[in-house]
Write a protein that binds this ligand. Structure first.
Ligand code: FES
Length: 239
């Protein structure tokens, strides 16, 4: 233990971790599972999805573990009925605005949203209604962006801006009208995207995917005057 270490309790177990880290990071270092969706360590720590809610003794409201800093003597409970219920309701709300075509989605069985729903035993969504995003942008040579599947985690935006330092994605609107989209409301094809594919790699769902040759085949099949020439996929992933 050093001067800058912090000792606190998590699920009645006393642990010591470095000062300045979050409850989520402390839990991970001690193999305590807290579900997350928007969190991308050191890149996207914005507390947006509220899947990581935990109880902190003495605090009235539940806290998002991914943005709650450890402090000496606090007591954190990660798996109380209240925390589990909050995560479930939050996930149901996210799912209620998600285009749930899982059987045909390229990310099925490799989707963080789907995994969370399975883990929390969610099969029915009690909050049905109008959905906010409908636009599909497939003008890029390598990336297809489907707003109807976006969960507004902003991981794509953070990777593009902070890691790749390209900055072609932005957040617009508030509440129901919130969207993550290419800047100036343009297509990805029009904003200087370098086709690195990191937004796709870090998307937890199927909102961003590689454009495959099969799309071009179907496009051409719909137009009998076109000749279909299948070449290797144009998408380039960063090393
Ligand atoms: Fe903590 Fe999303 S992971 S709010």
């Amino acid at each position: 233990m050093t001067m800058s270490d912090v000792t606190f309790k998590i699920n009645n177990m006393e642990i010591t971790v470095p000062e300045g880290i979050t409850v989520l990071e402390a839990a991970r270092r001690h193999n305590i599972d807290i579900p997350t969706l928007c969190n991308l360590k050191d890149v996207n720590e914005i507390g947006a999805c509220r899947m990581c809610m935990v109880e902190v003794a003495g605090a009235k409201a539940l806290q998002a573990a991914c943005v709650y800093p450890v402090a000496p003597g606090i007591e954190v409970f990660t798996n109380t009925p209240r925390a589990r219920k909050a995560r479930r309701v939050n996930l149901e709300l996210i799912l209620s605005n998600h285009h749930r075509e899982c059987t045909t989605c390229i990310r099925s069985e490799n989707c963080e949203l789907q995994s969370l729903a399975k883990d929390l035993g969610i099969s029915d969504i009690p909050f049905e209604g109008e959905k906010s995003g409908h636009h599909i942008d497939d003008l890029s040579p390598s990336i297809v962006r489907d707003e109807s599947k976006c969960v507004l985690c902003k991981r794509c935006l953070a990777i593009c801006n902070k890691v790749q330092k390209i900055g072609v994605l932005g957040a617009v609107g508030r509440g129901f009208t919130s969207q993550v989209q290419p800047v100036f409301n343009k297509s990805i094809a029009e904003v200087g995207c370098i086709n690195c594919g990191q937004c796709i790699v870090n998307c937890p769902v199927g909102a961003l995917k590689e454009k495959s040759d099969i799309n071009r085949v179907w496009d051409a099949l719909g137009d009998p005057t076109k000749t279909v020439v299948v070449q290797s996929a144009p998408a380039v992933r960063a090393a």
